[in-house]
Write a protein that binds this ligand. Structure first.
Ligand code: ATP
Length: 241
């Protein structure tokens, strides 16, 4: 379990998050939906240790407090972040990026098996191990970023808009792979998305973030039918009654 409680973040005088709490379970996918500027990326960065949280926050993995740890300590605790800019080394090859992902102490014992797992999820990467990442398509670079994060042997994977810039077909494929990651590797996924329709289609749980506050939460199946979600995220007219 990844238990996140009372996360508040300030950028100078601007407060981006106000006491945000969420819970993730291994093998499940939670999607965080919200408008531009709602604070979604900030929330992922706060969990990953890339921005500081205000005093009072608690982030626990399997009951162990990680809120005070630097970013690499959180990777060692089992939390891997794929940021919106993807966090990969574009001048290096696919193989080198995957190798760097497996640098974490927790990942060293079983690196070969993990590489096999990543190449099974993303067969395209196996065909392109020697290719420089810069020369790859957006979808392929997203695969490298996800593969690199998985190489650290995470219990929880945090993804910031993985469908950004992908064609509808590639987005669908990417969401199906996310479902496989949760089902086959027992990793818990927290997904920040603009694509509400596709992400709610594969998610188990859903959180809504508005102006830095949690404005709703529940099973994805129920949230898909909530008038707030239909109106704000699925672009549907809601007929009263
Ligand atoms: P988007 O979908 O547009 O990426 P988001 O929901 O991820 O939006 P954040 O990027 O988390 O939102 O930003 C939340 C708020 O914090 C915004 O008002 C943003 O302008 C502000 N913000 C984000 N990063 C910084 C920063 N480094 N310095 C100052 N303000 C920031």
């Amino acid at each position: 379990m990844l238990e996140i409680e009372r996360v508040s973040v300030r950028y100078g005088r601007h407060q981006a998050l106000f006491d945000v709490s969420a819970r993730l379970e291994r093998g499940r996918i939670a999607v965080l939906l919200g408008a531009n500027g709602a604070g979604k990326s900030t929330f992922l960065k706060a969990i990953g240790g890339l921005v500081s949280t205000r005093p009072g926050a608690s982030i626990r993995v399997g009951g162990i407090e990680i809120a005070g740890l630097p970013a690499h300590g959180r990777v060692e605790a089992g939390v891997a972040l794929v940021p919106e800019n993807r966090g990969i080394f574009r001048s290096l090859s696919v193989a080198e990026n995957l190798h760097l992902g497996g640098y974490a102490q927790r990942a060293r014992a079983d690196g070969g098996a993990r590489l096999g797992q990543v190449l099974n999820l993303f067969p395209r990467l196996g065909e392109r191990l020697g290719q420089t990442v810069r020369t790859m398509s957006g979808g392929e670079q997203q695969m490298v970023a996800m593969g690199r994060a998985l190489m650290s042997h995470p219990d929880f994977l945090l993804l910031d808009e993985p469908s950004l810039g992908l064609s509808p077909i590639l987005s669908q494929e990417m969401f199906r792979t996310l479902r496989r990651i949760a089902d086959e590797t027992d990793v818990g996924v927290l997904l920040v998305e603009q694509n509400a329709k596709l992400s709610l289609g594969i998610a188990d749980d859903c959180y809504l973030l508005e102006n830095g506050h949690i404005a709703g939460q529940g099973p994805a199946e129920e949230m898909k039918r909530s008038p707030d979600v239909l109106r704000a995220y699925l672009g549907e007219e809601v007929v009263p009654g």
